[in-house]
Each structure stands twice: as C-alpha cells, then as structure tokens.
Write a protein that binds this ligand. Sequence first.
Ligand SMILES: Nc1ncnc2c1ncn2[C@@H]1O[C@H](COP(=O)(O)OP(=O)(O)OP(=O)(O)O)[C@@H](O)[C@H]1O
Ligand SMILES: [Mg+2]
Length: 305
Amino acid sequence: MNQLIVKTKNLNFSYTKTRKDIEDLGLEVPKGSIYGFLGPNGSGKSTTIRLILGLLKKQSGNVSLFNKEHTAKTRLENLDKIGALIENPSLYGHLNAVENLKIAANYRNGISLERINEVLEIVKLTHAKKKKVKAYSLGMKQRLGLAVSLLSNPELVILDEPTNGLDPKGIIEMRTLIKELNEQYGTTIFISSHLLSEIEKTCTHVGIIRDGKMLYQDTVKALKQSKGKKMMVDLEVDKFIDAMTVLEELNKENTSLTDEFIQIEVESKTEITTVIDALRAKNIAVYQVSIKNNLEELFLSLTEN
Ligand SMILES: Nc1ncnc2c1ncn2[C@@H]1O[C@H](COP(=O)(O)OP(=O)(O)OP(=O)(O)O)[C@@H](O)[C@H]1O
Ligand SMILES: [Mg+2]
C-alpha cells in the first residue's frame, strides 16, 4: 500500500460565519510524490496549507501527517520533518546567503555549517553565497527561501505558489530544482499553483480545488487522459419519449435517468444549445440543463495566465 504523507478527511474551515472557505476536503499525498495542489485565486490553497501546518486551527475533520494524526502533541515532531515556503521568505537583505541561513539554523537543532553549504549547493546558490541578498534576483531569493526550508533535511516540503512572480527563466530553475529534490533525495513535495500547465510539467499527482472543495484528485497521467473526456449533461424535459427520439436523430448518446431526466454526453457547451434548439423545435419543454462533469470549464480557468 502506498504510504500517505499528508491525508486530510472532511476538513472544514470558515473565516467568517457567512461561508465555508474549506468544505469537506479530502486530500491524499503519497510518499515520494510531487503533489500539485491546483486551484484558481481564492479557492482555498493557502488556507489548506495553513490547516495542514497547524497555523490555522481546523474547525472539524482530520489531518494526518506521516501516517499519524496531527494533534497538538505530535505537532512539533511533525513540523521537524516538514520544510515550508509560504508567501515571501523572510530574508535579511543586508546579509549574505550564508548569514541568512545561519540565522535560520539558530531556530533549529543541530544544523552544521556543512549542511548550510549543502543546501546552498542543492538550490544552486554556492556561487552567490557571499553576496548580499538585496542584490539577489527574485528567483534567487525564492531559491534561498527554499534552502531555508531544506535545512533540517525534511521528508516533506510544502511550497505555496513558489513560481509566483518569477520570470520564465526563474520558473524553469525552480521547476528543475523541485524535480531534482524529489528524484535525488526522495523528498515528497506539495506545491500549490493556479496554473494547470505548471502542474502538468512538474507533478506526479494532482488535486484540484475550487470554492474550498476538492473537485478532482488523481495522478497527472490520469488527469491528462480525463481532460479529453466529454461533459455529462442532465436534461429535464416534459415529453420524455419524444426527447429520446430527438436525441437519437442527433446521434447523441443518451441514458434515461428517471422519467423526467435524460443524461447526454456533449463535446462542448455550444453543443448544448444545438440539443436545446432541436428539442424546442419539437415543442418539448426543457426545464433544466445541468452540467455534471464540468472539468472542462475548470481547466480553462486554470490555463489562463
Ligand atoms: N484572513 C482571512 N480572513 C478572511 N477571509 C480570508 C482570509 N484569508 C483568506 N480568506 C478567504 O478565504 C478564501 C480562500 O483563500 P486562500 O487564500 O486560501 O485562497 P488561495 O487559493 O490561496 O488563493 P490565491 O491563489 O489568491 O493565493 C478566499 O475567499 C479568501 O478571500
Ligand atoms: Mg494563496
């Protein structure tokens, strides 16, 4: 059985009484994976990350880390095995990379100068280790932030939109680093993004969140296959038999659900209009049209830059 490094079950959280910001979220990050947590702006990625790390207190549900329930008791032990880079890394501009890492190392136990040099090597900043951080590019700062999170040699690294604001070169460097970290050290990586293309290039697994709900979770391989799939649409009509005949004339694959509902497959939204027009032309009332598997629209919103 595949070991899960992060597992949440029925996780719920609201910032205010008026809405649910995270709703019944079930998330499963297998050991050794690069898990892409994908969702448009405001969908709840950062909130979920804060809940996983215990920076926000969950209101109901479960979080397990390293196969153990994440509680106040296990929290410190768990956090020792996690490196996180959320929002902008807090770095001192007037100090160089080694000095910044030494300060960060002071907060943890037993981090040697050797390890500091190692993490600089991993994030490819050895050449700039004596340079003041205020002279770093954004990409270099982000890599130094990653180096800080790697100091304690974590089993799990959590990165909240690590490529945000980086130029194409910076994005490629970060992507390469993430893959190397995973391949060479077996580190499990949890990375959030609002770009489908980014996740497809980097990750082995994906979870798609919108409005605080997990809409899809699988391997990236399965995601690529399901992207080509058609949409399922439920129609509520009055003259059921007549409607089935019209759909057959249109060569539309259809299944009756009940005496009022018919489910059809369409390739795109425009095809829905064609179907409605054909039904209306035969005087069949259409009371409801609901799109069931609307990954298509979701993917579109995730592809926009
Ligand atoms: N401190 C807060 N107080 C109240 N509401 C908040 C707070 N932080 C986030 N929210 C709301 O919770 C929802 C989820 O926000 P969150 O920051 O988790 O989304 P996100 O997926 O990380 O978005 P982004 O891509 O913009 O970083 C949004 O509706 C947001 O407005
Ligand atoms: Mg966020």
